[in-house]
Design a protein around this ligand. Structure first.
Ligand code: OGA
Ligand code: NI
Length: 351
């Protein structure tokens, strides 16, 4: 197992971890989880499954309806037949593991305290105020278009740039297709959301098996929403992702060859709260390391992210002001508040 890195949130210093192992797990009876009737779901009934191939065929309008329903009721869904070749997925996951198995010094070359840097490594950290250890290590980088950023990526393992580049280019196509469908599901023009889109940013997340800490609890990553339009998450075969649906935590277990798509803060604003940003977290696994690849689809700095005019009227007044993504992004780093409250700063009544 690779050494666990601990980072103090305030100064980003990597330290060696303590010894006691206190994994945090949360179990909720799945029987209490509501299911959707018209949408195919995972075996445990909790995850709506969207067939992307059918989206491109004569059933398109039905699939768009399913996507709209899943965004509104669940805030997430799995996508099968997405067109990313299995080999590219496996190569991406293998490369991710190889990177996180490199010696610490090699990985730490990418550490940066600047949230705007084109690539940065974020280590696990101790949150002493809450007495918890957050064990996720992640390598975060821009990747669209791939050619503009590839030279900043690790050259060790040697296959990194090629394999990660291939995955990023493929996932981009899924992003565009899903955003078009989401636009249509809201009754907007097909390219309404796509027009606001700029890049995508990838976070390779690595969760060491059984991270050790002397603190009260250990999380993979704490409960949060993503500051994105949508996030596309690809998990390896180790469970860990949990989401809140109807005020309950549910496990979103990996479905082979499917990716998970979930609603982010920007889609919540743009849809005038019809689609709500999903609260989610990752728990740690005591037996196995876990890797997930999060693709964050985010708007360009100048894109206006107010509620779409077509979605507001006297009966549905705009909940948020018009704001640019730049304004949101700046406030995100300036104002310390829980991620679920970030959008409140842009509410109409706070003017
Ligand atoms: C994220 C995230 C969850 C996971 O990267 O934003 O929420 O299961 N990841 O890794
Ligand atoms: Ni997230």
């Amino acid at each position: 197992m690779s050494p666990i890195m601990v980072q103090k949130a305030e100064d980003h210093v990597a330290l060696a971890a303590g010894a006691k192992n206190v994994p945090f797990t949360y179990t909720d009876p799945l029987s209490e989880v509501p299911t959707l009737s018209v949408v195919e779901t995972s075996a445990d009934g909790s995850t709506p499954i969207i067939d992307m191939e059918a989206l491109l065929g004569p059933q398109r309008s039905e699939i768009i309806q399913q996507i709209g329903l899943a965004c509104e009721k669940n805030g997430f869904f799995a996508v099968k037949n997405h067109g990313i070749p299995e080999m590219k997925i496996n190569n991406m996951l293998d490369t991710a593991k190889q990177f996180f198995h490199l010696p610490v010094e090699e990985r730490l070359k990418f550490r940066s305290a600047d949230p705007n840097s084109v690539i940065r490594l974020v280590t696990g950290f101790e949150d002493k105020t809450r007495n918890i250890f957050v064990s996720r290590q992640s390598l975060k980088f821009h990747c669209h278009p791939v050619e503009d950023y590839q030279n900043h990526w690790p050259s060790n393992p040697p296959s990194f740039r090629e394999k990660v580049g291939e995955y990023c280019a493929s996932v981009r196509k899924v992003e565009v297709a899903i955003l078009e469908a989401i636009s249509e599901s809201l009754g907007l023009e097909r390219d309404y959301i796509d027009k606001t889109l700029k890049g995508h940013y990838v976070s390779i997340n690595y969760y060491p098996a059984c991270p050790e800490s002397e603190l009260d609890a250990t999380f993979g990553v704490r409960t949060h929403t993503d500051p994105t339009l949508i996030t596309i998450l690809m998990q390896d075969d180790v469970p860990g992702l949990q989401v809140i649906n109807d005020d309950k935590w549910i496990d979103v277990n990996p479905i082979p060859n499917a990716v998970v798509v979930h609603v982010g803060d920007m889609l919540q604003a743009l849809s005038n709260c019809r689609y709500k940003s999903l609260l989610h977290q990752a728990i740690v696994n005591c037996e196995k390391e876990r890797v997930s690849i999060a693709s964050y689809c985010y708007p360009s700095d100048d894109a206006m992210i107010g509620p779409a005019k077509k979605l507001t009227d006297n009966d549905h007044p705009a909940i948020y002001k018009d704001f640019t993504y730049r304004e949101f992004h700046e406030s995100m780093w300036r104002v310390k508040c829980s991620t679920a409250k970030r959008l409140d700063l842009f509410k109409v009544e706070s003017e």
